[in-house]
Structures are given as structure tokens and as C-alpha cells.
Design a protein around this ligand. Structure first.
Ligand code: TXA
Ligand code: MG
Length: 327
């Protein structure tokens, strides 16, 4: 159980940033915007703060966290960079790419945050608020998406407050997050492997590497999952989802995509379009907030029109599949 606390929401001005930094330095829990989604931050080197973070999220403690740092130099203190990892970092940091690498011997990230693995996930976010907080704190910050475990990731401060109000110390409101889906996770241990599709497309990464990304290795039964965020049921609204819908049944809400219409849309409980012009980047930015709104529409199910699989479509379809998984 987590003791209730008063959650304050502050602006992303100098005073708000200073407040966030001193809370983090004191072991507090602070939600802040990144370019992908809002993260719930804790000092990565403070095991107790990390434990409180797991409790606030209600997250299974075997699920390791991403350590956020302001730049590649800071990341090198945490992790051993293979040549290919360095090439990816130089090409895409700051940006929506997380690299899973071997820990350095002096890695300050608490064992609890890496779930006892000998690897660490490192990320340099491309958002001015996140950058200012990380640079001023001077320590890595672990930051899972700032939602209760299993809920939809937050893209606004209001989403964070709805999920975590009374459980965390501070929310820095920096407006809606531009990318809207979480970072792409690539492991660079042996060869590079895609662990989670996300805000940087597979094709862009493969182009920079000059070779294809391997698939995530299958998890041995009972072993610590390599990327437990890959658990089948995740990102879940309470209302069931019906994917690749070609019509709307009575009582359903519709999550539309593109300029076309599907049969029965005029009778839908509520219709929201991820991107009327059929742009997957716009759709990613709208995905989680539209899911939240349709989840609150009192529908029997959310019918989801087919979304193309190219570019960020891979990440969107991945999140939708998880949201639709039986649980
Ligand atoms: O965009 C993002 O990445 C956001 C923002 C806040 O930065 N963060 C985020 O964190 O999505 P989270 O905790 O929701 O997802 C972290 C993912 C999980 O799937 C976890 O299993 C994986 O990263 N992960 C972390 N450390 C790992 C490791 N050492 N090996 C494999 N997977 C790891
Ligand atoms: Mg998450």
C-alpha cells in the first residue's frame, strides 16, 4: 500500500523545474513530459525511491525501468556501448530511442530498477522540460510511463493526475507530448534486436545500421522477461477493443483512421478519428488520448478501423493488439 500524498501540478517554468529537481533529489516521485509520453521519474540511484515508484504504479517488480540521462556522455557512465549502439545514439539521441546495453561496473542505477539484470535501458529524451530536469539533477532518472500499471500511457498532465493523483508528489505540466507513443527499444548486446516498436520507426533505424533488426528473442518460460513490457495484455482500456473493424455494431464506439467511413458509424456511441488525413504520425500522437475518451463513452466495445503497418503504424498496431488482448 502507498500512503496517500498531496499531488501538486506545476507549470514547466523555472520555478516548476527547480521544484521537480529538488523533489527528485530528495527521493520523491515527479511526473514530467518527454517527447513520447509523460514519465514518472525517480532518482535511479536511490533504491527506496525506485521501490516507491513501483508501488505508486502498482507495477510488477520484475519489470525493469528505463534510465533517462541528458546526453550520450552521461549514458556512457551507465552502459557499455557497442559500435552499433554508438552509431544509433549519435544518429537518434536526443530522441524516441531506448538502447538496452550491458551495465558498466560503476553503473549507479539501483538493482531494483534493472530488476537484477546485468543490462540497463538508457534513453536521452528530446523534450526541453525533461532535458532541463535531467541536466540540473545530474543523476539518471528512471521513468516508466506515468500511468497505473496496465493502463493507457499518459500524453497530458491531466491523464497523469487522473491515474496517479494522491500517489505521487508532483506533476510538471508541459502540455501534450508530441510523439504520443513510447520510445522504440533496441537491444545492442550481440546483434541489434527490436524489443519494442515505438516512436522511431524500424525502417529509420535499419537504414542507419545498414542491416535489419533481429526480432526480440523468445523468453524462456519462467525466466526474467527480456522486455516485460512485451507482456501480451498491457496498455488496456476497460472497454473491450475490436480490431480491424469494417463496421460498427450497435452500442459500440468507433476509433476511426483516415478519410473513409465504415458502415454503422452514424449510430456509434461516439466517433473519434486518429487522423482524418490518414497520417500515422498524427495518429500516434492521438492514440492514447482518444482511447481514454472512448473508454469513458459507456460503449459495449470500441471498434477500431484498420491502421496501416508502415512507419509508426507498427507501434500503433502493437499497442492496439495489447489493449485488445484478453485479460
Ligand atoms: O517513451 C518511453 O520510453 C517512456 C518515457 C517516459 O520515456 N518510458 C517508458 O517506460 O515507456 P516503461 O517503463 O513504460 O517501459 C520500459 C520498457 C519495458 O517494456 C521494460 O521491460 C523495458 O523497457 N526494459 C527496461 N529495461 C530493460 C532491460 N534491461 N532489458 C530489456 N528490457 C528492458
Ligand atoms: Mg508503460
Amino acid at each position: 500500500m502507498t500512503a496517500p500524498v498531496v499531488t501538486r501540478v506545476v507549470g514547466a517554468d523555472d520555478a516548476g523545474i527547480a521544484d521537480a529537481v529538488s523533489r527528485l533529489a530528495g527521493g520523491g516521485l515527479v511526473a514530467f513530459p518527454t517527447e513520447t509520453v509523460y514519465g514518472l521519474g525517480a532518482d535511479a540511484s536511490n533504491g527506496e525511491a525506485v521501490a516507491r515508484l513501483y508501488a505508486a504504479k502498482g507495477r510488477p517488480s520484475f519489470n525493469p525501468l528505463i534510465a533517462h540521462v541528458p546526453d550520450l556522455a552521461a549514458a556512457r557512465a551507465l552502459a557499455e556501448f557497442t559500435a552499433e549502439a554508438a552509431r544509433l545514439a549519435q544518429a537518434f539521441w536526443p530522441g524516441p530511442l531506448t538502447l538496452v546495453l550491458r551495465k558498466t561496473p560503476r553503473c549507479p542505477v539501483a538493482d531494483l530498477a534493472t530488476a537484477g539484470l546485468d543490462t540497463v535501458a538508457a534513453r536521452v529524451p528530446d523534450h526541453p522540460v525533461a532535458q532541463k530536469i535531467l541536466a540540473a539533477l545530474g543523476r539518471p532518472v528512471v521513468a516508466p510511463s506515468a500511468n497505473r500499471s496496465g493502463h493507457v500511457s499518459p500524453t497530458t498532465a491531466a491523464h497523469v493526475l487522473a491515474d496517479l493523483g494522491g500517489r505521487i508528489d508532483l506533476i510538471v505540466d508541459g502540455g501534450a507530448t508530441p510523439v504520443g507513443v513510447e520510445s522504440t527499444i533496441v537491444a545492442c548486446l550481440d546483434g541489434p534486436a527490436l524489443l519494442r516498436p515505438g516512436g522511431l520507426s524500424r525502417a529509420t533505424i535499419e537504414h542507419a545500421l545498414g542491416r535489419p533488426l533481429a526480432a526480440a528473442p523468445a523468453n524462456a518460460p519462467g525466466a526474467a522477461p527480456l522486455a516485460p513490457g512485451m507482456l501480451a495484455s498491457h496498455y488496456a482500456p476497460r472497454t473491450p477493443l475490436r480490431l480491424n473493424a469494417e463496421n460498427v455494431e450497435p452500442g459500440e464506439a468507433l476509433l476511426a483512421f483516415g478519410p473513409g467511413f465504415v458502415g454503422g458509424a452514424d449510430k456509434a456511441v461516439r466517433v473519434l478519428n486518429l487522423s482524418p488525413r490518414g497520417d500515422v504520425i498524427e495518429a500516434a500522437a492521438n492514440l492514447f488520448s482518444h482511447l481514454r475518451l472512448l473508454d469513458a463513452a459507456g460503449a459495449t466495445a470500441i471498434a477500431v478501423m484498420p491502421i496501416p503497418h508502415d512507419d509508426l503504424g507498427e507501434a500503433i498496431n502493437d499497442r492496439l493488439r495489447r489493449a485488445a488482448a484478453p485479460r
